[in-house]
Design a protein around this ligand. Structure first.
Ligand SMILES: Cc1cc2nc3c(=O)[nH]c(=O)nc-3n(C[C@H](O)[C@H](O)[C@H](O)COP(=O)(O)OP(=O)(O)OC[C@H]3O[C@@H](n4cnc5c(N)ncnc54)[C@H](O)[C@@H]3O)c2cc1C
Length: 406
């Protein structure tokens, strides 16, 4: 990256240091391409991100020679997903037969994953990560070609000129807004409340989903506490607040019996964050000089915990498709469209499955009494191969990617 005053220039400017942005930056810098990643926060410590590193992502780390080092970081491993519905345990998916080196999901706070990947990327001299730099707009020519990014930094505003800009800035991306890329919204009938409760050594290790009394609760093990996702019908939070915090505490303990006597630590609504779930996608992921990937191009629901995986796969696909042209003549809009054409159907089909799951969840959230596990679920989970197929969908996604050899 070269600089004069508050003007900088780089080959590729990536907006957003989430999974998609850091992985893409890593892969391009590995080929000697000058990359600047802008991340608006000063660190990666934020709660609302998922914590699941799936077998296909672990395989990418293996291909990059980083798997062993990564697995040396504190994490827990789950080789399958289980749901407790109406008090009965159902094995939903099994990762133990996947054709990958690591046949499990690694549960690790996402900030540890991003710190790890960005530290590894920083070994390449052409990788620059700018923390606390917030993109505020795009620099565009009169014909709408993006030629860089405007950013607010701790030292004031900066212009970053770039041959290619990639929007990896998530569900509220300014990149797609600034480029006026039209968004197709699927509409989602559920929202999620995000809270944490201290974990005790005798508690179950693995992430579990509990469904009963018209509520669905997901527990993510973060060693000394559980990150808890509490699904509610969209717009129901004010009513839940009106019913009072003690009714909310009781409902948590009723649905997850091993938390009995412990929900009292949620003693104020300040400890409960409402996260709006979105499922949407851009009609066009690119315009001249600009490509959007990850949640910026297609926001994923937390259902199945597959959003991070998909964002990382977008990054690998983009690097595989674009590296050559960036290194030679520069990426044309035709090159950028190839990324969308290659990835779009995997993303759309995954979103279809998530939208279908939302419908089932939304109907289930209307019930109030104790739940009897549906007959269909009891039958389907006994079909040989069912857990393998769901394990493959969740663990690898519909279009697993491979890092192109140097
Ligand atoms: C409640 C919830 C729970 C989830 N749980 C899971 C899960 O368990 N597993 C899973 O796989 N997926 C989960 N998902 C989905 C997952 O979080 C996303 O699909 C995934 O993070 C997308 O990665 P990304 O890199 O595209 O975007 P993001 O992770 O959203 O990263 C975008 C980055 O860009 C930065 N940024 C934004 N605007 C700017 C700007 N103007 N300038 C500079 N930087 C900017 C942000 O700070 C952020 O770091 C969950 C989603 C939700 C809502």
């Amino acid at each position: 990256m070269s600089s004069t005053g508050n003007r900088l220039s780089t080959t590729c400017c990536i907006i957003g240091g989430g999974p998609a942005g850091i992985m893409l930056g890593f892969l391009l810098a590995r080929h000697g391409i000058a990359v600047t990643v802008l991340e608006k926060y000063k660190d990666f410590f934020r709660d609302f991100r998922g914590d699941t590193i799936h077998p296909s992502t672990l395989e990418l780390l293996y291909e990059l020679g980083l798997l062993e080092k990564f697995l040396a970081l504190p994490h827990s491993q789950i080789s399958g997903l289980t749901a407790i519905i109406g008090g009965r345990r159902f094995k939903i998916s099994d990762f133990s037969h996947l054709p990958t080196h690591a046949k499990f999901i690694a549960l690790m706070p996402q900030w540890d994953f991003l710190n790890f990947l960005s530290t590894e990327a920083a070994r390449f001299p052409s990788f620059k990560l700018r923390m606390g730099w917030e993109a505020t707009g795009l620099i565009q020519t009169n014909d709408g070609t993006t030629t860089g990014v405007l950013a607010n930094t701790p030292d004031g505003p900066v212009e970053i000129r770039a041959a290619l800009t990639v929007g990896c800035d998530g569900r509220h991306a300014i990149s797609r807004d600034a480029a006026h890329l039209p968004l197709i919204d699927e509409g989602v009938p559920i929202d999620i409340l995000w809270l944490r409760i201290a974990r005790q050594p005798s508690d179950p290790e693995n992430a579990l989903g509990y469904f009963n009394y018209g509520r669905f609760i997901i527990l993510i093990n973060r060693n000394d506490y559980f990150q808890i996702g509490y699904l509610i019908p969209k717009g129901a939070f004010p009513q839940i607040q009106q019913e009072g915090i003690s009714a909310f505490q009781q409902s948590i303990e009723r649905i997850v019996p091993f938390l009995a006597g412990r929900a009292a630590e949620i003693d104020s609504w300040d400890k409960v964050k409402l996260l709006t779930i979105q499922v949407n996608r851009l009609q066009d992921w690119c315009s001249p000089g600009l490509l959007c990937i990850g949640d910026a191009a297609h926001a994923m629901s937390p259902v199945g915990g597959i959003g991070i995986n998909i964002a990382l796969q977008d990054a690998v696909a983009a690097a595989n498709i674009l590296t050559e042209s960036i290194l030679t003549s520069g990426a044309t809009v035709h090159d950028l469209q190839r990324v969308q054409h290659y990835r779009e159907s995997a993303v759309r089909n995954t979103q279809r499955v998530q939208v279908f799951a939302h419908r089932i969840l939304s109907r289930a959230l209307q019930s109030t009494g104790p739940v009897t596990p549906p007959l269909a679920l009891r039958i389907v989970t006994r079909i040989p191969g069912f857990q393998y197929l769901t394990g493959r969908f969740i663990g690898m996604g519909l279009q697993p990617q491979h890092v192109r050899k140097m």
